[in-house]
Design a protein around this ligand. Structure first.
Ligand code: HEM
Length: 331
């Protein structure tokens, strides 16, 4: 459980203080969100005024319209009537100049579905799994990727970490085995964590959530070579000039034994029952300021009727980490 004072301590003292801590305190510090955010910037480039991840992105507006039977699964107001959405597509990592052609980099999709009773926020990626299963593992995953004095990360350190933590290679292997999306709107996105949906009768359903692109588009290696490093923003402008981009929100229903606490572990989607919860349409590009003023917080901004996993340690820590990143880029 991440406590607010842990966040404050991290913010005020920084990671240098870790050197003075006892071993158990140091272990706690290792999972400190401020230490993780510092490691994100160390690994991806210490750029100012940008997000610790998803530094390069496009802000958007749209609308979510629930499917007729979504309310049977969740009592959240967002599943009872259409709501406006602020969203942002992005490239993973803290480098605002990362190439849109990069292969083992997740494309990100953050969205805030607004309702007077409270927002429903998802911050999701173009892969069905995350790269690490605990905050301490994430910290080390990032630390071994920080460039040394020669400007490059130590390939041997990365290899040794991967050998000891094989689940951390699943996401890159999955991305490397697939073509690069031709569009931010041309690929599916997964919320990765297991969610619990609760309906008005108090009945609970465990599900993973996936936003399925209506118009999937990928690039062959030849097509990719011919592209400039930045083409997603222009492609999106052209695409949206012709009409909205559409995604179906699909709940993949858990079966007994499906892991709910480990975001590096996937469920066999093809053999799981699914329910369509609604349709998200992205209609227009918004000024960056609309998305940059606050953070998309997938933990705090969850209405009654849907909840992230209490037993997945990667879920709760996202809220304070996103707050650290916001306070850093806002100052
Ligand atoms: C399943 C797990 C995760 C997914 C799918 C995910 C996805 C994303 C995406 C798409 C963004 C860009 C958001 C935007 O455009 O505003 C983002 C930002 C960020 N992520 Fe994650 N993330 C995950 C876990 C984590 C964890 C465990 C941490 C740290 C403990 C973390 C730290 C951050 C930070 C600091 C930002 C920048 C937030 C901001 O400045 O607004 N993420 N993440």
């Amino acid at each position: 459980m991440i406590r607010f004072h842990t966040l404050l301590a991290g913010l005020l003292a920084g990671t240098a203080a870790a050197a003075c801590l006892s071993a158990p305190a140091r272990a706690a510090e290792e999972a400190d969100p401020a230490a993780i955010v510092a490691a994100q910037f160390a690994a991806g480039g210490d750029h100012k005024g940008v997000r610790a991840s998803g530094a390069k992105g496009v802000c958007l507006t749209g609308r979510f319209a629930p499917a007729p039977d979504a309310a049977a699964l969740s009592k959240a107001p967002h599943f009872a009537k259409a709501v406006p959405v602020t969203a942002r597509f992005s490239m993973g990592g803290s480098n605002p100049k990362v190439s849109d052609k990069a292969k083992p980099v997740t494309r990100g999709f953050a969205m805030r579905m607004a309702d007077p009773a409270g927002d429903m926020t998802f911050v999701i990626i173009s892969a069905p799994m995350f790269s690490t299963k605990t905050p301490a593992q994430l910290l080390e995953f990032l630390q071994v990727r920080a460039p040394g004095p020669d400007g490059k990360p130590d390939a041997e350190k990365i290899k040794a970490f991967a050998a000891q933590n094989p689940e951390t290679g699943r996401q890159a292997a999955w991305l490397n085995a697939r073509p690069v999306p031709a569009s931010f709107a041309g690929t599916d996105y997964w919320a990765v964590h297991a969610y619990t949906l609760t309906n008005a009768k108090g009945e609970k359903t465990t599900a993973k959530l996936k936003f399925v692109a209506a118009d999937k588009a990928t690039l062959t290696d030849e097509e990719l070579k011919a592209k400039p490093d930045s083409f997603y923003a222009d492609e999106l402008k052209e695409r949206l000039a012709k009409g909205p981009a559409r995604f179906d929100l699909v709940a993949i229903l858990a079966e007994p034994g499906d892991p709910t606490a480990d975001p590096t572990a996937t469920w066999p989607e093809e053999s799981r029952k699914t329910r369509t919860l609604g349709t998200l349409t992205i209609a227009a590009i918004e000024p960056d300021a609309t998305c940059d003023a606050a953070t998309f917080d997938p933990v705090a901004d969850m209405p009654d009727g849907i909840a992230g996993p209490a037993d997945d340690p990667m879920f709760a820590i996202r809220s304070p980490a996103y707050a650290v990143s916001l306070s850093r880029r806002a100052n």
